[in-house]
Design a protein around this ligand. Sequence first.
Ligand code: SF4
Ligand code: SF4
Length: 245
Amino acid sequence: MQIPEVFAKPQRALAHADKVMRELLLDKIRVDEVFKGRKLVAIKVHIGERGNRTYVHPTYVAAAVNLLRNLGCEVFVTDTTTLYVGPRNNGVSCARVAYENGFTPETIGAPFIVADGILGEDGVNYRFEKVGLTISIARAIHEADALLVISHAKGHGMSGFGGALKNLAMGCVTKNTKKYQHDPYKPILIRPELCDGCGECVKACLQEAVYLSNGRPVFRDELCIRCGGCIIRCPTKALSGAEGA
Ligand code: SF4
Ligand code: SF4
């Protein structure tokens, strides 16, 4: 397997964003060659959560947009909705958070488009018969001729360390596929003898996907987003993820 080269820059000097992105995209990645003739280009970003600042600043994204537009590309900036309940859970609120965090057309020089639509379900399916798996790529990303991924480094419960690969694998798919990716966190009552019916798992679930019946948790699979919250909260360790998570 070929180990990919990773190029990273500290996010210190916004005033030099143009220079930084020129060095990365032109000198290192040679986007002028890679994106040559690509008409519609998506820049996949992580727009950050409401109120936090741990994402790549829009000034850098604007520099990338400018560079690609100068190459003749038609550029849009994109992200997908989240699986979990929160401010980015649907297309409207996701766009609102993008604007709040600075990803406005005026700032980045391109439209921001939520790639998986209003409900996070707008995708193009690919079926892998050998493993019986269907994955759904967010439609706007699927329709682009080329994709530039701009990522920040982060920790993640499922992938351990998150960067460009996580931004691609989890960040470019619809909710259904995100749910599948989080299946190891599907909760099961693995040690029923330890369950004392305290109901902490019910309180932990923001999805209302678990209720008690005869003092035991019952999980509503269609509502459960595999966040693992109930597993972490269970004081007796009666719960576990389906794959030991
Ligand atoms: S939190 Fe744990 S012990 Fe309490 S009801 Fe849920 S599974 Fe049982
Ligand atoms: S993993 Fe637990 S807390 Fe998370 S959605 Fe499913 S039932 Fe609710």
